[in-house]
Write a protein that binds this ligand. Structure first.
Ligand SMILES: NC(=O)c1ccc[n+]([C@@H]2O[C@H](COP(=O)([O-])OP(=O)(O)OC[C@H]3O[C@@H](n4cnc5c(N)ncnc54)[C@H](O)[C@@H]3O)[C@@H](O)[C@H]2O)c1
Length: 300
């Protein structure tokens, strides 16, 4: 496949490019990071023009791994979050519609569209209420994908990724925890919530394999699809596992306070993804061991 990855220099984008290249796909990259590399397009963040990506070259698939990936950021800068997660998706699809209509579009959405859902596992038809601007913006991006599939016959799919993690991720729960454990050696680390909150974590190597399966096997009819491991892990268990692999000693104390925008329990219904032959190969124990090793090397 000829694949264009927009947001190629980010956490998910960079792993996706490396994996697809290792599978002998032709990979083209685009990001706002300035660098000179073959098959790389440096976009000007002041004047984003996605059309230029599609004028001279045609792709089978475009995967959008750009955008903001942070709930708190969306509370602080809602308009910027909207521009990155909604307006840009529209502009990418408009460029595809005009210059490369055969290109199928993969939109990285998020489980944040669900908010708190009472029934687990969470199925795609389960429409909760998002708990943050980020969650709403991802929902709007999904609707845009549906619009282009319905009215302009552009092949689109939105992937509701739950909690992705792995080497290279310098944000979210595990990066915060890593830094707290390191800085509070021998003392106590305080975390939000009760520890009984659950998440469905997916290791980055499994996520990028899921992308390839989806690109090859999904029909691109504007639908939304869960992508995760399908395994529920408590925040307490995840925190203790990371602490074990860091050989750190701080006690973990949960303060019982809810964090703005954070849901309580998440486990994805991934039967559609399983139908494509997907199984998550990396346990949370293995994944966090790799993460702790990488973070120790990456620490400045
Ligand atoms: N990390 C997760 O757990 C997770 C979960 C669900 C959904 N997602 C979604 O996946 C996407 C990627 O997440 P991530 O964690 O890799 O984020 P990231 O911040 O690591 O990467 C985003 C990349 O996009 C680039 N970018 C920003 N604006 C751009 C633009 N206008 N044009 C081209 N590139 C631009 C950035 O330079 C960066 O390299 C986001 O849309 C995020 O919401 C991530």
């Amino acid at each position: 496949m000829n694949v264009l990855v927009i947001g190629s220099e980010g956490f998910i984008g960079s792993h996706t490019c490396n994996y697809l290249a290792s599978r002998r796909h032709s990979v083209y990259k685009a990001d706002i990071v300035m660098k000179d590399e073959e098959n790389y397009f440096a976009l000007n963040p002041e004047q984003i023009d996605f059309s230029s990506l599609f004028l001279d070259r045609k792709y089978d698939v475009c995967l959008n791994a750009s955008g903001a990936a942070n709930v708190q950021f969306s509370f602080n800068y809602p308009a910027l979050d909207y521009s990155l997660n909604v307006s840009n998706v529209y502009m990418m699809l408009e460029a595809i519609r005009r210059y490369n209509p055969a290109c199928r579009f993969i939109n990285l959405s998020s489980a944040a569209v669900y908010g708190n859902v009472s029934t687990l596992p969470i199925a795609e038809k389960n429409t909760g209420v998002p708990l943050s601007p980020y969650g709403w913006h991802k929902l709007y991006s999904e609707q845009i994908c549906r619009e282009f599939a319905t009215y302009f016959s552009i092949g689109t799919i939105s992937l509701r990724i739950f909690s992705a993690y792995g080497p290279g991720l310098k944000k979210q729960l595990f990066w915060d925890l890593y830094n707290k454990f390191r800085q509070a050696e021998g003392e106590e680390v305080e975390l939000f919530g009760t520890g009984n909150e659950t998440r469905d974590f997916i290791y980055i190597d499994d996520l990028v394999k899921a992308f390839e399966l989806i690109a090859e096997k999904a029909d691109f009819s504007g639908q939304s699809m869960n992508v995760s491991s399908g395994t529920e892990t408590t925040v307490l268990e995840a925190a203790e596992t990371l602490r074990k692999h860091m050989k750190a000693s701080p006690r973990i104390r949960f303060n019982g306070r809810e964090k703005h925008g954070d849901p309580k329990n998440w486990r994805a219904d991934i039967h559609t993804l399983r139908g494509f032959g997907f199984t998550a190969a990396t346990t949370i124990d293995e994944g966090l061991r790799n993460y702790a090793e990488w973070a120790a090397r990456a620490q400045i």
